[in-house]
Every structure is written in structure tokens, then in C-alpha cells.
Design a protein around this ligand. Sequence first.
Ligand code: ADP
Ligand code: MG
Length: 201
Amino acid sequence: MTLPVIPGRIEVITGPMFSGKSEELIRRLKRARIARQRVACYKPDIDLRYHRTSIASHSSQTHEACTVTNVEHLKAELLPQLHEVDVIGIDEAQFFDATIIPLIVELVHLGKRILIAGLDTTFNAEPFGPIPALMAISDEVTKLSAVCMVCGAPAIHTQRLGQSQELVLVGAAGIYEARCRTHFEPFADDQHTEQLELLSI
Ligand code: ADP
Ligand code: MG
């Protein structure tokens, strides 16, 4: 007789850039390893800041990770080794499309603990990709704040500096900074929204 599977858990770690999402994800993954749980971590290949085989925080903490191009690729990497994995980490999850949502639901019903880190809003303060929906279906949401680079208050926004029109300028220093509500200045430019839609994020 096969025992029924006890569902796992969905944990979302969110907030603006520099709020410590990757740090917190890495901390939870390391603790899971200490508890002798088997861990797998993934990130989209849009984030090429650091090594392709690890995730990294702005404070230079790292954890081994597999770089995938999209949700299908993530599935293809994960499913063959699923029976050997207890905890699944995903960083920069805002860059995956909405097909990640049913995958996460499937995984949680297979008993997996899924740790999802990602931006909740774009640099235009709009909901970012699948993160808001994942927050809604999660067991736990950790919403972190950064430090506003103008006044030092808690920051919930990611400010894009300069006038670059490119969507994918991931993590480049001096291009983004954390800002509080008072000091955040959104782009008043519909082109950015269109670019986000074109890329389905
Ligand atoms: P995220 O994944 O949310 O972008 P990281 O975990 O990569 O954040 O980095 C968090 C670290 O970034 C902090 O511990 C701190 O060392 C550094 N940092 C740089 N700028 C800021 C800021 N404005 N607010 C908070 N932390 C900052
Ligand atoms: Mg990060």
C-alpha cells in the first residue's frame, strides 16, 4: 500500500532589489542542507551577473544552482531527479512566465518545499510576472525591504537610474537602486510596460 503524500510548502521571498531576497534564499537552502534535506536550486538565464552554476547575493554569498532558459527547461532539469529532491529553490522567479504557477502547485502536492525568491514589482512599480500570483497561493510570504539610497528609510521600490530603454539590465551596479515611497520616481513611459508584455513577464 502506498501512503498518501503529505503536501509540501510554498514560501515566497519578495521585495525590491537589494532587499536580501537571494541572501534569505541562500540562508534557507543552507539550513535545509544542514538538516540533511536534498536541495536543488534554479535560476533563469536572464541573470548572468555571476556564475552560471550558482546564485549569488549582492553581499557575495553563493549557492550552487542550475541555470534554465524557461519553465519547460526547468521541468526538464528537475523532473528526472525529483525523487532525490526535498527542497527546491528558485531565484529571480519574476523572469519566468505564468506556466511556473501550475508547476509549483504540482510540486507542492508531491510533498516538495519550494522556496521562491523574486521581485514583487518592476521598476515602474507594477506587479512583476508570476510573483503576485505565487504570493497568493503560497503558505508563507516574506516581504523584505531594502534601505532607501536617498534617505535611509525602508525601501519597497526598485528605482531605475538613467534613461536606458533596455529591459534586461539585470543587476548592473549603478543602474538600479532601492528607494522608499517618498523618493521613488517611476518612469512615465508606456514603452516599458509594452516591453514587459512582449517578453510575457
Ligand atoms: P536581492 O536578492 O533582494 O537583490 P541580495 O540578497 O542580493 O538582495 O543583497 C542584499 C545585500 O545587498 C545586503 O545584505 C547588503 O549587503 C547589500 N545592499 C546594497 N545596497 C543595499 C540597500 N540599498 N539596501 C539594503 N542592502 C543593500
Ligand atoms: Mg537576488
